[in-house]
Design a binder for this molecule. Structure first.
Ligand SMILES: [Zn+2]
Length: 324
């Protein structure tokens, strides 16, 4: 049977996490993989390993002096990369470069082969061009948007984020770029880190009015998400992207230890299914999903597995074509 999608797995990305009981521990990759193996879609997946992103690739998005700082703290093996959320450990540079390399490997597959791809330990959406933030050392989403432009000549890239936290590193990294399309459904910043992403934040300068932020009240569940999602779809249909990136953070499910939303994994499945159809309509099927946050292990395993199941399923368009 031909494989239907690409999933990036392996020790390269599993090495990204933080020690000493940190919520973003090293066990998230294996928790997901154990659930995915039990899914009926497992035989349809082509698993690939990450490679390390080169320094040049990291600098598509990040400032050289920040890359220097990560290298220095990684060698020292202690201290913090930000004000206290994101600790350094020996080898953090290599682990973070593998996450970016894994996302770029997935992007290459998406563009060259027109198949969807998923990377579990990716979607590190808080890192800024010049610094770490919120458990995120390098912003693989930001590097992927820049790579789409520089390497593949794709301008209009949609970034869709349903993690409980606002994707501030991506938003502010492309705030004045009208071709970096951005739709983010997240817990209201008055109640959750990083505190940004209000309705009024729609972009700056030439990009004013081009980006969509939808804050959700604490406790919002699937019904609330589905209503917000309709607005995301309207936005994407108008935006007509050439490539779709999907940050499907599982910390928006009920029971996450550090957030206050209450979706089930079916919100994630719905978003994945609809984004796949949008990517087929507008972007030649080019859709790359990244795991993002999620600190309750069974939640992240179920939500990400449902996303992969939807992306691996035969597409609605192909089913229709087959019926004719
Ligand atoms: Zn998050």
């Amino acid at each position: 049977m031909a494989t239907s999608m690409i999933v990036i797995t392996g020790p390269g990305i599993a090495a990204y996490g933080f020690p000493d009981g940190h919520p973003f521990g090293f066990d998230r990759h294996d928790a997901f993989l154990a659930e995915l193996r039990r899914s009926d879609c497992w035989p349809m997946l082509e698993r690939r390993s990450a490679r390390a992103a080169s320094r040049e690739e990291l600098e598509y998005f990040h400032r050289p002096e920040y890359v220097d700082r990560v290298i220095e703290l990684s060698a020292r093996g202690r201290g913090y990369l930000d004000l206290g959320d994101t600790p350094a450990f020996p080898g953090v540079y290599e682990a973070a470069a593998n996450v970016v390399g894994g996302t770029l490997e997935a992007l290459e597959g998406v563009i060259a082969e027109g198949r969807p791809a998923f990377i579990p330990i990716g979607g590190l959406h808080h890192a800024a061009r010049g610094g770490a933030a919120g458990f995120c050392v390098f912003n693989d989403c930001g590097v992927a948007i820049e790579a789409a432009r520089r390497v593949y000549g794709i301008r209009r890239v949609a970034y869709v984020d349903i993690d409980a936290h606002h994707g501030d590193g991506v938003f502010y990294g492309f705030e004045d770029d009208p071709d970096a399309l951005f739709a983010d459904v997240h817990e209201d910043g008055r109640f959750l880190y990083p505190g940004t992403g209000s309705r009024g934040e729609t972009g700056q300068g030439p990009a004013a009015g081009t980006k969509l932020n939808i804050p959700m009240p604490p406790g919002a569940g699937d019904e609330h998400f589905l209503r917000a999602w309709e607005e995301v779809e309207d936005y994407l249909e108008r935006a007509a992207p050439e490539l779709v990136l999907f940050q499907c953070g599982a910390d928006s499910l009920g029971g996450d230890p550090i957030t206050h939303l209450a979706y089930t994994e079916e919100s994630h499945a719905h978003a994945a299914r609809r984004l796949k159809a949008i990517a087929i309509r507008h972007a030649g099927g080019r859709l790359l999903a990244m795991g993002g946050g999620g600190y309750n292990r069974s939640n992240l395993a179920r939500a990400w597995t449902r996303v992969v199941e939807e992306l691996a399923a035969p597409s609605a368009v192909r089913r229709q074509a087959g019926a004719v």
